[in-house]
Design a protein around this ligand. Sequence first.
Ligand SMILES: Nc1ncnc2c1ncn2[C@@H]1O[C@H](COP(=O)(O)OP(=O)(O)O)[C@@H](O)[C@H]1O
Ligand SMILES: [Mg+2]
Length: 361
Amino acid sequence: MTDTGSQPPRLALRGIGCRFGKVTAVHDVSLELRAGEFVSLLGPSGCGKTTTLRMIAGFIRPSVGTIEMDGATLSSAAASLPPERRGMSMIFQSYAVWPHMTVAENVAFGLTLRSLPTATVREKVGRILDVVQLGTLADRYPAALSGGQQQRVALARAMVVEPKVLLLDEPLSNLDATLREEMRFEIRRLHDAFKITTVYVTHDQSEAMVTSDRIAVMNQGRVEQIAAPYELYNRPRTRFVAGFIGRTNFLEGTLANGAVRFNGFSADARLFGNGQSNGRYVFSVRPQSIALRSEAPGDATRWVLEGTVAQRIYLGESWDYLVTPGGSDLQLRATAPSTTVFEVGRRVWICIDPAQVVLLT
Ligand SMILES: Nc1ncnc2c1ncn2[C@@H]1O[C@H](COP(=O)(O)OP(=O)(O)O)[C@@H](O)[C@H]1O
Ligand SMILES: [Mg+2]
């Protein structure tokens, strides 16, 4: 739960779902954003991100559940406030800037619609163009801008009206890779400058990690986990989340008689905390959490397995090893510093810090 004090959350989704005929696109999604928070909806194509965003925007009415802003209901299965009365701005994947208007005119458009005094419009447009670093290009037409600059115009136009909530649907997917990476930081910088409550839809985990205060990971229409990037990476709750956020090793084991038996090796169950009942479990161990040693370490707090190097890839900044524990046919991926060099076939000790082994549900 987010602590919002006595204030209602800026935006609250309460058990919303959406069906298209027989397809349930979104299933029982609940999420609260406090004012000024940046939350991503992250998940593979088809998992229901856009549908959720369109329900928030008011383009689709939820089949079940409610959407509230500052404590007032915007959407329910019975009634829905139209998009233009929600105080939200939305940017789509195909961000359209108007080709017949200059940069400044594009950005001023929403303010002019609101009949603000000319001097106020000029001041607001000037300020936001400086922040998005387009001040010197105010009189250019979109055709004379790069893709990244056009995207900044779209962002400035959406933000200048100071929406209560900003909705972004894969806004960087039409940009090339380098620009996409640059714009992630740009989006976070803009957020830090204006603190507009934002829901950001993406299928790209790095994009979500860079931009977000919290990430809601979606899978098949449901939210599997909502957490800050650090917690999501280090404490994934489900197999799906662990596999979607970065790479990992899955270890399946059976707990009985105080030990967990894996494929060909076992570990003292106390290494993984206590209170678990006997049965089958799946654990996630990140490749960075597995250290390789040439000698048996004398450290009883670590889980140590003897094994051999099966494969290796040199990545410059690091080595990517596949190691096989003795007596097992598993291959564990271990990331090691570029100075840790082991030949293929070499005997190694695989050292795992139990604190970094995550029990999945
Ligand atoms: N208008 C629609 N009619 C029928 N099915 C739809 C419609 N919009 C989306 N869907 C289905 O709902 C699911 C979720 O779609 P969407 O929200 O667009 O996913 P995402 O944005 O995560 O890729 C998909 O299976 C998609 O085919
Ligand atoms: Mg989508």
